[in-house]
Design a protein around this ligand. Structure first.
Ligand SMILES: O=C(O)CCC(=O)C(=O)O
Length: 319
């Protein structure tokens, strides 16, 4: 079957089959079982533990802690310059698939190892429903993709990813925020979500802080049979997803930490953009934080992305 001219979210590359391309186009995500070898994941997991224990250099990486349980590290971010984590972010078979979405010049723009701890009873292990494009000052959106790989089995009990298939096709970036009425110290930093307090009931959703007209329009246009699905994955399984796909992850109700490694990639041909009103909310929060911690540094939002991005394939044509 020829797919020329029909598909817009994927590129002709002879890596994805026509069926795989159509699946991604329709659903905004696709899972590849056992894509990443276990030894890369084991080394990454150990590297994480070593950095947390102070046994390996932290370099420019950001170590994030649970907002309630401050002794618990739940994420190390900007791992794409580290020699061990790079075995994941630059893994050839993974980049072959990324290239079908970004094209040949590929930047790793945002990378992290997420260790969702058993919930300490505050629900802070939840990652509320969100769209990753909220954070990215880049265009065009369709040339950006996330990879997310389970380091160990991720299921409903330990807070696997859940997604609304096809939500990327709504082509709308919804307003995000911390849930209204919550204290600033009851949600993990920058874990903004689209949902209000009912987000635990994942079949109902309400965009947050839209204008009333926006909200009515949204409800009127709500596609029928919107549904959430859990992406239960085994070690090495990797999901690729579009930055407008609505997704999140649940509470970790198990007694073990759930680890995953993830990287966002963008075409190096993308452009930095100022971002719309929705995106400016998180931009301000991040810039204000930097102003407080590094008062002498003059920096704008796109500088942050320039600084934390690295070329992983092709040429650094623009970004
Ligand atoms: O791994 C998770 O729990 C969710 C990660 C996620 O959705 C994100 O960081 O954007």
């Amino acid at each position: 079957m020829s797919t020329k001219g029909v598909l817009r979210y994927t590129l002709e590359k002879n890596v994805l089959s026509a069926d795989q391309r159509i699946f991604y186009e329709n659903n905004g995500y696709i899972v590849f079982p056992k894509l990443i070898p276990e030894d890369i994941l084991e080394k990454s997991s150990k590297r994480y533990d070593d950095i947390v224990a102070g046994k390996a250099p932290r370099e420019g990486m950001i170590v994030m802690r649970d907002v309630k349980d401050r002794k618990t590290v739940n994420k190390i971010q900007d791992i794409n310059f580290d020699p061990i984590f790079r075995q994941y972010t630059e893994y050839d078979k993974l980049l072959d698939i990324v290239e079908c979405i970004t094209g040949p010049n590929i930047m790793a723009i945002h990378s992290m190892l997420i260790a969702k701890p058993p919930d300490a009873g505050f629900g802070t292990s939840v990652h509320p429903p969100h769209q990753d494009y909220y954070y990215f000052p880049l265009s065009p959106v369709d040339r950006i993709v996330a990879s997310w790989t389970a380091i160990e089995r991720c299921d409903n009990e330990n807070g696997c990813l859940h997604v609304i298939p096809g939500s990327h096709k709504w082509e709308k970036l919804f307003p995000h925020d911390y849930p209204p009425g919550t204290q600033s110290n009851s949600f993990n930093k920058y874990y903004h979500g689209i949902f209000v307090s009912i987000f635990f009931s994942i079949n109902i959703y309400v965009p947050l802080k839209s204008t009333f007209e926006d909200f009515v329009l949204f409800l009127k246009n709500l596609p029928e049979n919107v549904k959430w699905i859990n992406l239960e994955m085994n070690t090495g399984d990797t999901v690729f997803f579009h930055p407008l796909l609505v997704h999140g992850s649940g509470v970790n109700r198990s007694n073990r930490t759930r680890k995953a490694i993830s990287c966002h990639y963008a075409s190096a041909d993308c452009n930095y953009i100022e971002g719309d009103e929705v995106q400016r909310k998180v931009q301000e929060e991040i810039l204000n934080h930097l102003k407080r911690t590094m008062p002498d540094v003059e920096i704008n939002y796109s500088d942050i992305w320039r600084y934390k991005s690295s070329l992983v394939r092709g040429i650094r044509s623009n970004l």
